[in-house]
Ligand binder design. Structure first.
Ligand SMILES: *Cc1c(COP(=O)(O)O)cnc(C)c1O
Length: 376
């Protein structure tokens, strides 16, 4: 039985052509050519004024938070369900992450819970569009205006997602993206910082250049301690090809989701990624949440997948369950949903027979567990 990976990039001749060109010719005075082109293309796609390519999304977020002046004693609010990369940069700056519960429908930060934890020290709210699902941006923007707290979008999982026809990542004070090998658009490793705010852009540009201001004429003269989170020209070359193909890449991810959704629609005890009248989801990870009353044995389910040579992925753990953070069992939705959810394999070129194999495991697993419940 062939292996079904949960994700892998879509690399065509175009990516190979550009990367080869960058490796052959992208040096000396050409050494920034693909980087600048990648930033231009990405800005155009997203509809933002400024973009800075980075070595990772983590680095982009670190610089952005730093540019907002976030430091020791400050608090940053984010959802308990998140990848570690979203919370880590807050701690790099000595600030305190405040982890709140998720909305059970979109699995993203719950705006009502945000209001409860705002203090005089709150300096930012991070809206992570988990698995491509959109945060409740309208409510978050209202909170932002009322309390004067910036919203930051972690759009690492949401390239191609939209809120009221506006692209995810372009709605907050700044947005960050990841081009890690598992993401919809990839450069191997890589990220992007985007904003419409000229001041924030200038600050991050200086920080990203080891603290050297763009108007500084003296050579080797940093005006502050900055960072080194730059993307290489070769990575950017791959990125240029990926952005030329971005509509295709996003469309393929959406098609994968719809195939699964259709095939699994007869199972009433599961729910999948939310797309509402206000949002368009790019479905980075097609995800299944099993109803609470099924009381599924997730480890058993994952064993069924591995026996069939298929990768399935766990839903993220609540960050507050990790040893580095204080437990927050009151985040009931985060704790409950995390235990009974999985991501399905979803690379762009997955075939229908492969997805059928995945669906078969889910339906037979549910049938068996129901039989077990009936016997009890
Ligand atoms: C992948 C991911 C990141 C981290 O991206 P890197 O490029 O690996 O730093 C951050 N946030 C979320 C939500 C992610 O899924």
């Amino acid at each position: 039985m062939s292996k079904i990976h949960y994700t892998k990039p879509s690399i065509h001749d175009l990516e190979v052509k550009y990367a080869t060109d960058a490796a052959k010719n992208g040096w000396g005075e050409n050494c920034y050519q693909y980087i600048l082109r990648f930033e231009e293309q990405f800005k155009k796609y997203l509809g933002v004024r400024y973009a800075i390519a980075t070595s990772s999304c983590t680095g982009a977020l670190h610089m952005g938070l730093s540019a907002l002046g976030i430091q020791q004693g400050d608090e940053v609010i984010l959802a308990d369900i998140n990848w570690i990369a979203t919370v880590a940069p807050i701690t790099y700056l000595g600030a305190k992450p405040v982890l709140v519960d998720i909305d059970p429908n979109n699995w993203c930060i719950d705006p009502a819970k945000v209001i409860e934890v705002i203090t005089a020290n709150t300096k930012a709210i991070i809206a992570t569009h988990i698995y491509g699902n959109l945060c409740a941006m309208g409510e978050l923007q209202a909170i932002s205006e009322q309390y004067g707290i910036p919203i930051i979008e972690d759009a690492a999982e949401a390239v191609g997602s939209e809120y009221q026809s506006i692209k995810a990542g372009s709605l907050g004070t700044f947005g960050v993206f990841s081009f890690h090998g598992t993401k919809t658009v990839t450069t191997g490793e890589g990220g992007m910082f985007v904003t419409n705010d000229a001041k924030v852009y200038e600050k991050v540009l200086t920080l990203s250049n080891h603290g050297r201001a763009t108007n500084q004429e003296k050579q080797f003269w940093p005006s502050m301690i900055g960072f080194k989170y730059k993307m290489s020209n070769i990575q950017a070359a791959i990125g240029c090809a990926q952005v030329e193909r971005i509509e295709e890449l996003v469309a393929k991810k959406r098609a994968v989701f719809y195939y699964y959704e259709n095939k699994l629609s007869h199972i009433k005890e599961i729910s999948m990624n939310e797309q509402s009248a206000l949002t368009k989801c790019s479905y980075w990870m097609p995800t299944i949440v099993f109803a609470e009353q099924l009381n599924i044995d997730r480890d058993k389910l994952l064993t069924c997948f591995s026996q069939q040579n298929i990768d399935a992925r766990l839903f993220f753990w609540p960050l507050s369950q990790l040893d580095m953070f204080e437990d927050k069992p009151d985040n009931v939705n985060a704790y409950s949903i995390s235990k009974r959810s999985i991501n399905l394999p979803s690379y762009h070129d997955i075939t229908e027979p492969e997805m059928d194999r995945v669906c078969l495991i889910i339906s037979s697993f549910l049938k068996n567990s129901k039989d077990v419940m009936a016997v009890r």
